[in-house]
Design a protein around this ligand. Structure first.
Ligand code: NAG
Ligand code: NAG
Ligand code: NAG
Ligand code: NAG
Length: 461
């Protein structure tokens, strides 16, 4: 009996909530009308009103989303929460843009509960589309959480015109547009930001110190712009960062030691800037989560340091075009067995290639082009066959291969080494070096070391 009444109570309350749902307010006519106008401004060839005549909260084009909100008096109202424009794929067929798509100011004034605004490849015509001057709806300032503009090259305007004080903004992804000017100082007010990506615009200036206020930032991507000056200390205070990409700008000075605070980094890309003379930063060895590090195209100088012991999870390493001197350390072969890409090309590296590079069992590309490397190429036929043409050794006139490797197509351009009698002493000196170096080969790869020794003995006879 008791269980029956409990069940009926449950049924009753379910019924109530169903009635409650069905009594929900339709989208207010002002918001409904604004959606039609925005859709018309995006694509006037589609008869939106005819195709979607009903409450847009019940039936709307893909990419337009509603939600219901209850105020303190229990009154429920419907509002637009997401507007996505630009066809992405068959699975994500947002309203398609046209060469005449426009950016309606209504977007910023008519939707008090809008949380996400998304534009993908919408503005790429020959005519420029200017950011509308707008006073955002006061509610929008706190409701907007995601602002995404990707690949809209003819949408132009100052960054400060779009990156406004939306105080609850969590993701700003503004990549591949025509935004110019500096990062506004007011960025500091966006204290909820988790991602700030402004890559591939025409932005310039220095990075404001106030950026240190963005304590939740996980992704900072300023790549492919014209930012200059030193990397400000404030960036080093963003200790939650997983990704820091400052590549393809004009940052200069040395890579600041303070970046060592960014211990959670997975990706550090500082390539193609004007950093000078700081060498490869030693603090990298403490970044145990680091998966990718790209420092190519600067002028860091110095030798490749022994930092690889702590960096065994690295997948990609780019150190090309840095005026690096000295030898390639055997520790790179020993510890980087997970690495898929290693670029050391266009430096002044010299000496022989360490035998340990054969241990790079996951490497898909090893680029050593245009250095001053010399002596016998140590790669096994198996290694050379697996990596194929992505083993790049051109531009090292003093490298040579054993006759046994002559068959490999990718190494055919190298000359054949002279008789071993000349090379033997060199080999012995090398192996002596690696025994006494910081990383004892025999400790980590005892088996490999004995194999190597065996190989050398065989060599002698
Ligand atoms: C813009 O249009 C040009 C040609 O019309 C095209 O080549 C280019 O890929 C487009 N860019 C984007 C970002 O859609
Ligand atoms: C928005 O930012 C500007 C400049 O930083 C400031 O003057 C204005 O008061 C802010 N508005 C709101 C509503 O926070
Ligand atoms: C860095 O660049 C700025 C301007 O772009 C220049 O004033 C400054 O002297 C440069 N600093 C260094 C250390 O090269
Ligand atoms: C190397 O890759 C394997 C397979 O993805 C993974 O299980 C292992 O943890 C990686 N090693 C390091 C040191 O990250």
């Amino acid at each position: 009996m008791a269980s029956f009444s409990f069940l009926s109570l449950l049924t009753l309350s379910l019924l109530f909530s169903a009635i409650h749902m069905s009594r929900q307010q339709p989208l207010e006519s002002f918001e409904q009308e604004s959606v039609y106008q925005v859709l018309d401004s995006i694509n006037s060839q589609i008869p939106w009103r005819t195709l979607f005549p009903d409450d847009l909260c019940l039936s709307a084009p893909h990419g337009i989303f509603c939600d219901y909100f209850e105020d303190l008096n229990g009154v429920v109202s419907a509002h637009i929460v997401e507007l996505n424009f630009g066809f992405v794929s068959d699975y994500n067929p947002n309203p398609p843009c046209t060469p005449d798509s426009a950016l309606s100011p209504l977007l910023f004034t008519s939707f008090p509960r809008l949380a996400k605004l998304f534009f993908y490849k919408c503005f790429n015509g020959s005519t420029r589309v200017n950011l509308p001057g707008f006073d955002p709806n006061p509610n929008l300032i706190s409701s907007l959480k995601e602002l995404v503009f990707i690949e809209n090259p003819s949408l132009v305007g100052p960054l400060s015109g779009i990156l406004r004080n939306f105080t609850n903004l969590e993701r700003a992804v503004l990549s591949g547009n025509g935004f110019y000017g500096e990062i506004p100082d007011g960025v500091a007010e966006l204290s909820q930001l988790v991602e700030l990506t402004v890559s591939r615009n025409e932005l310039s200036g220095r990075v404001p110190d106030s950026i240190s206020n963005l304590k939740n930032l996980r992704i900072l991507d300023l790549s492919h712009n014209e930012f200059y000056g030193l990397i400000p200390k404030s960036v080093s205070e963003l200790t939650q960062l997983l990704k820091l990409d400052l590549s393809w700008n004009s940052f200069n000075g040395s890579i600041p030691e303070s970046l060592k605070n960014l211990k959670s980094l997975h990706l550090l890309d500082l390539s193609f800037n004007r950093f000078t003379n700081s060498g490869i930063p030693l603090f990298l060895s403490e970044f145990e989560s680091l998966r990718e590090v790209y420092l190519s195209g600067n002028n860091l100088g110095g030798v490749i340091p022994e930092i690889w012991h702590g960096l065994r999870s690295l997948l990609g390493i780019g150190l090309s075009g840095n005026g690096l001197l000295g030898k390639i350390p055997s520790s790179m072969g020993i510890f980087l067995s997970n690495a898929s890409y290693i670029g050391l090309n266009d430096n002044m590296l010299e000496g022989t290639l360490p035998e340990e590079l054969n241990l790079l069992e996951n490497v898909n590309e090893l680029n050593l082009k245009n250095n001053r490397l010399s002596g016998r190429v140590p790669f096994s036929a198996k290694f050379s066959a697996k990596i194929g043409s992505k083993l790049k050794l051109e531009g090292n006139p003093d490298l040579c291969i054993e006759e046994g490797l002559m068959g490999s197509k990718n190494l055919g351009h190298l000359k054949v080494c002279d008789k071993p009698s000349i090379l033997n002493p060199v080999l012995l000196v090398n192996s002596g070096d690696s025994i006494s170096s910081t990383y004892s080969v025999s400790k980590y790869f005892g088996w490999y070391f004995s194999m190597g020794l065996l190989g050398m003995l065989v060599w002698f006879y």
